[in-house]
Design a protein around this ligand. Structure first.
Ligand code: NAP
Length: 214
């Protein structure tokens, strides 16, 4: 698969590394390709370009930019380059204010998630929330004593979610599909919960697992 990844930070690089490890080709999109020179040199199958070129390249697109600028980055990517494609939304709506007792502040409400805003702004893109509820170090084939962790996903398009489920299978995750885009109101705040042990105890390696009856 050809994957366009919007971003140059830790998440973009972790996921890009995972995609090339599993035989996909990636193009990372950034305002400054110089930031990715070393990464691209070290990863066969990875290249860097603008947000628009990365989105155009991808059969699947990943959004891995700061939550406050996600709309801006997608505008730069271009609505036409996102249309009818699965767009994996790994962002979190973290506000610029400092956490309180380890609890992050969000700029969204419990009645509207960031992914819903993005879906409304880019109606032809097929957004799927994924990878937002775990740290970048554990995104690709994580090893936990408790077995495979669970990635909570949601989105309005079933085919796009099937594509993301396939990627999560490769990346060593169980997938729990929480339904339509509104479920991002519950999935995005998992990031707040996930970060608390980090801020309080400097423990940044853990993941969620959904225990089910069957
Ligand atoms: N860090 C984690 O472990 C983790 C885990 C799960 C989810 N997330 C979420 O994943 C996303 C990426 O996180 P991150 O830690 O990798 O990186 P980040 O520092 O949150 O974001 C870096 C990216 O944001 C872009 N950006 C910043 N200002 C911009 C602007 N004005 N216009 C366009 N793009 C701009 C940068 O683009 P340039 O390349 O052009 O500079 C860069 O690619 C965030 O939403 C975060 O909440 C993070």
């Amino acid at each position: 698969m050809k994957v366009g990844i919007l971003g140059s930070g830790d998440v973009a690089k972790a996921l890009a590394g995972g995609f090339v490890k599993h035989g996909h080709r990636v193009m990372l999109g950034t305002r400054d390709t110089g930031k990715l020179k070393d990464f691209v040199g070290q990863h066969n199958g990875a290249q860097a370009s603008s947000f628009a070129e990365a989105a155009r390249f991808g059969e699947v697109v990943v959004v891995a930019v700061k939550g406050t600028v996600a709309t801006e980055a997608l505008k730069a990517a271009g609505a036409a380059n996102l249309a009818n494609k699965p767009v994996i939304d790994a962002t979190n709506p973290i506000a610029d204010a400092a956490p309180t007792n380890g609890v992050l502040k969000f700029f969204t409400s419990l009645d509207q998630s960031l992914m819903e805003r993005l879906q409304a702004a880019f109606p032809d893109a097929r957004f799927v929330k994924a990878f937002n509820s775990v740290g970048n170090a554990a995104m690709v084939n994580p090893q936990f004593k408790g077995g495979k962790p669970t990635m909570f996903i949601c989105g309005n398009d079933d085919n796009a979610k099937a594509t993301v489920r396939g990627i999560l299978d490769q990346f060593g995750w169980e997938t729990a599909d929480m339904g339509k885009a509104e479920a991002a109101r519950a999935i995005e705040p998992l990031c707040m919960l996930w970060c608390i042990p980090g801020f309080l105890r400097n423990d940044w390696f853990h993941a969620f697992k959904l225990l089910q009856s069957s």
